[in-house]
Each structure stands twice: as structure tokens, then as C-alpha cells.
Write a protein that binds this ligand. Structure first.
Ligand code: V55
Ligand code: FE
Length: 485
């Protein structure tokens, strides 16, 4: 009998789902446009077996991938585990063999040296396959239609790296998948690489660089001809692994950096611009070139925004200092300095999980969306991690400076949105936004469809699941044309 830890990381609002299956033609409230043809994929952590350590991190759960296939005004649902090497050996053993999050010292001897990945962070279709990604391990390939796992890939030997980012960017000009890897020389190391994979799956660019210190290099962005890396002071050391404490700590003594390098170089031109005292910035909304400047938009907080990664000096989590506000960081490549030029708040509503119309990635842009925290709204569902404040969806218009928000109601919490263009040639922002809304009283999730430029008026359709999905991380829309290519 599976016996999972009886604490808020596994019970109530974070109760596991572990459900694989198919539902044809979901119930829909409202109307899904008949010409919406494509699929929305997203992933959440969902441990297959009780963890070896009861205090296991949310980030350590096996990836459960969901697919919502839209066609002719109908939506089919499919959900499968990402069958990583870890998932397979644990399935065969009937129990967990891998230990704590990012800590190979805690693994069973039988799995020493194996990839520890859970493929639980992001899913995206490229070169005809679904890439299921976790930043500590290679890229897992799944069939984009059946969700059957094919296995890890090194891209025909061209990318023999131990770690492949979960936050790629697609260059709208070339269609290249732009990504990176970090901690490539083993646990706690600074070795990183940058690469691009073209739309046929061929690796066309590779560069190497060193991070300024060992850090969780979680996200990045392209900005025209440049790749830009945001380094926040999440770090770790051997004593953490030996004592099996949470893998990352937040070290306020370390500066924040933006690293800027040419995408067509070998990495040797990397310039690190610093901000001291540091700040914390995790998920990037977008970045672009403006003359000799790089503008980089990211929700920023004054200290670490993830409560389960503690402050290094032991001080308690400070929820006010940890609140993230969309900010614009500017560096000037023409300036003879290694400091960041400015950090300016450009969003009023606090939030995270920023998204854009991905056709503007790395380019000047107008529209962005995040999940926002409306602290004034009531919450009457069960208590637990993530719920209570992850309650709104906000549209930011960077041209007018206006914001509009929709509140998901007193029983629910929101998951990350994804933008769907209305059509091939439609203007930036003209289209829909998809976001899961989890009702923690009824225990149902609705995939909500919004008019992207008018989110305040609420969903135009609710695609209804008969279950509640677990809080997830990231996902993406793919058009039927790209799915077929
Ligand atoms: C993040 C998520 C992860 C991870 C490292 O949001 C960073 C940040 C779901 O796993 O392993
Ligand atoms: Fe992320």
C-alpha cells in the first residue's frame, strides 16, 4: 500500500494525482472557437512512489504530462507519466530508489551514476517531438500525440550533456530552439553551455561559459543577437549535500548578475553585469536589444522567492521581501562598466510565471501576462502551499502602462498561462490565453480560455476536467501545423 508523507507537501491541495488516461471530448462551458487547431501541453510533479525522505521537495516529483488537443471546437484530454530512466527503474523495483532533490548522495547504490531527472518542469514540441525537460538531466523525448516516452537524447551525439534546461526559447526568426545547460561538470560546478537546435532537430550552435558561482540557472532569454542569463544568489555547497539539507540556499552575500553573450559566438565574449546588493529574478518575461542596450523583463524580489529554499544565514522566510514585481533590467554593452545600469519596476500587480506572445520572443514587444497575487481577495478553500494568493491573471500593456486582471474566485488557484495566436498572421497579442484554474473545494480543474487582450472579462470558455490536476510548472501551445511537421 502506498503510504505518502502526511504533511502539506503531499496532502490536501497538494494531494497526488498519479492518474494516466484519456478523455475524449471534454465538457465545455461556453464556446471554443472551431478553428482553434493544436494542442496545449503542461506538466506537474507527481511522485510515482512515496519518497525516501518524508520532507522531500515539491520539485522532486515525477513529471506527469497533460495534453489538451483542440480541434473543431472540441477538446480531447490525455495524461501520461514522463517515463524517465528514474521512473522505469523505480517502477521495476516497486519503490523509490532515488533520494532527495538534487542530491545524488542520498540515492540507493543500485542507481548510482544514472540520470536523476524527473522531466517535471516544462514540455514543448520541437522538431516533431515533445521535449519533457528537467534542468538537472538530459532532454527526454516523448511522442507528441500518444505521449509515449521514447527516452533521453543527446541529439545524434551533438549534445552529450548531463543537463539540459527546462526553459528554452524559440527564436521566431529561425525557429531555432535556444537552450543551455548548467552544472555540467558534476554537482555544484560552474560549467555551462549554450546551444541552438534548428527546426529539424539538428544542433547548429554551441558555446561554453562559466557561471560566476554555482547557481540554479533556471531560466534565460534571447535578446536579438544575444543570449542573456540571469543569475540569482541561489547556491549550494558540499556540506548541504552531505547533511541532506534543501539543495539550494539563498545567499544574500552573492551579487545578482546578468550575463550577455553573442548567440553566434563560442561564449568567450560573455560579459557579466552585476547588481550588489543582490536581487532575485527567476522567470523571464522577455528581453530585447535597444541600440547598444539590452532590456530584460523579469519579476524581481528583494530576496529568494521560493520558501522551500532557505536563507543561507538561517533567517526566516520574509514573504514581503520575497514578493516579485515585474521589473525591467537594463545593461549597456557600449558602457565601460560591469554594473547593471538600472532596474525599474514596470508592473503594479505582484506576480510570477510571466508569458508573452512567443512570436515576439527576443524582440521588442507590447503585451505580457503573469499570474498575480491579489492579497485583498478572500480565500475560503483548504489551506496549503501555493493556494490563497495565486489567484489572478493579469495582462500588462507595456505601451500604455495599463494593467487588467481577472480574479479566479475564493475557492481556486491558478496555474501558468500560455498564449495562443488567433492565426498565422495575426497581430501581437491577438488571440487567446489558456490557463488551468484549480478549484480546491470541488476538486475539479477547468482549463480556461480567455480573450488575451481582455482577460478582465473572464474566460470565454471553461474546458472541464472531472478531476483536479496538481499544481504544475510550465507548458506550451503548439499549432496543428507544427505538430504535423
Ligand atoms: C524550479 C523548478 C524546478 C527545479 C528548479 O521554478 C527550479 C523553479 C520543478 O523543478 O528543479
Ligand atoms: Fe520554471
Amino acid at each position: 500500500m502506498a503510504h505518502f508523507p502526511q504533511h502539506p507537501g503531499f496532502t490536501s491541495v497538494l494531494r497526488l494525482v498519479r492518474l494516466e488516461g484519456d478523455i475524449r471530448d471534454l465538457e465545455i462551458e461556453g464556446e471554443v472557437p472551431a478553428d482553434l487547431d493544436g494542442a496545449f501541453y503542461r506538466v506537474h510533479p507527481d511522485p510515482q512512489f512515496p519518497p525516501r525522505f518524508a520532507d522531500d521537495q515539491f520539485f522532486n516529483g515525477d513529471g506527469m504530462v497533460s495534453m489538451f488537443r483542440f480541434k473543431d471546437g472540441k477538446v480531447d484530454f490525455r495524461q501520461r507519466y514522463a517515463q524517465t530512466d528514474k521512473w522505469k527503474v523505480e517502477r521495476a523495483a516497486g519503490k523509490a530508489l532515488f533520494g532527495a532533490y538534487r542530491n545524488p548522495l542520498t540515492d540507493d547504490d543500485s542507481v548510482k551514476g544514472m540520470a536523476r531527472g524527473t522531466a517535471n518542469t516544462n514540455v514543448l514540441v520541437h522538431a516533431g517531438k515533445l521535449f519533457a525537460m528537467k534542468e538537472d538531466s538530459p532532454c527526454l523525448i516523448m511522442d507528441a500525440n500518444t505521449l509515449e516516452t521514447e527516452g533521453y537524447t543527446d541529439f545524434d551525439g551533438e549534445l552529450p550533456i548531463s543537463a539540459f534546461t527546462a526553459h528554452p526559447k524559440i527564436d521566431p526568426g529561425t525557429g531555432n530552439f535556444c537552450g543551455f545547460g548548467y552544472s555540467l561538470a558534476g554537482p555544484l560546478t560552474r560549467e555551462c553551455c549554450y546551444f541552438e537546435i534548428d527546426p529539424t532537430g539538428k544542433v547548429v550552435r554551441k558555446a561554453e561559459f562559466l557561471a560566476p558561482y554555482y547557481t540554479m540557472l533556471h531560466d534565460f532569454c534571447i535578446a536579438g543577437d544575444y543570449a542573456v542569463f540571469n543569475v540569482s544568489p541561489w547556491s549550494s555547497d558540499m556540506s548541504v549535500l552531505e547533511q541532506n539539507r534543501p539543495h539550494f540556499y539563498y545567499d544574500r552575500e552573492l551579487p545578482f548578475y546578468l550575463g550577455v553573450m553573442r548567440r553566434d559566438g563560442d561564449g568567450s565574449d560573455m560579459r557579466w553585469f552585476r547588481q550588489d546588493p543582490s536581487i532575485c529574478g527567476c522567470h523571464v518575461m522577455n528581453a530585447f536589444q535597444d541600440g547598444t542596450k539590452i532590456l530584460f523583463d523579469v519579476p524581481v524580489s528583494q530576496t529568494g522567492s521560493l520558501p522551500f529554499f532557505p536563507e543561507k544565514d538561517g533567517r526566516p522566510f520574509d514573504p514581503v521581501a520575497a514578493t516579485t514585481y515585474l521589473s525591467r533590467i537594463t545593461v549597456d554593452l557600449a558602457a565601460n562598466t560591469d554594473t547593471i545600469q538600472s532596474i525599474e519596476r514596470i508592473g503594479q500587480a505582484p506576480g510570477e510565471f510571466p508569458r508573452i506572445d512567443d512570436r515576439q520572443c527576443g524582440q521588442p514587444y507590447r503585451h505580457g501576462w503573469t499570474i498575480t497575487y491579489d492579497f485583498d481577495k478572500p480565500y475560503s478553500g483548504p489551506a496549503g502551499p501555493f493556494v490563497g494568493v495565486i489567484n489572478s491573471l493579469t495582462h500588462y500593456d507595456h505601451q500604455t502602462g495599463k494593467e487588467q486582471s481577472w480574479w479566479c474566485g475564493p475557492d481556486s488557484a491558478m496555474q501558468e498561462p500560455a498564449f495562443v495566436p488567433r492565426g498565422k498572421g495575426s497581430a501581437e497579442g491577438d488571440g487567446w490565453l489558456l490557463a488551468l484554474v484549480d478549484n480546491h473545494l470541488t476538486n475539479y480543474s477547468d482549463l480556461c480560455l480567455f480573450d488575451a487582450l481582455n482577460v478582465a472579462s473572464g474566460p470565454v470558455a471553461r474546458i472541464k476536467l472531472p478531476v483536479r490536476l496538481r499544481q504544475g510548472l510550465h507548458g506550451n501551445w503548439v499549432s496543428a501545423a507544427k505538430l504535423a511537421a
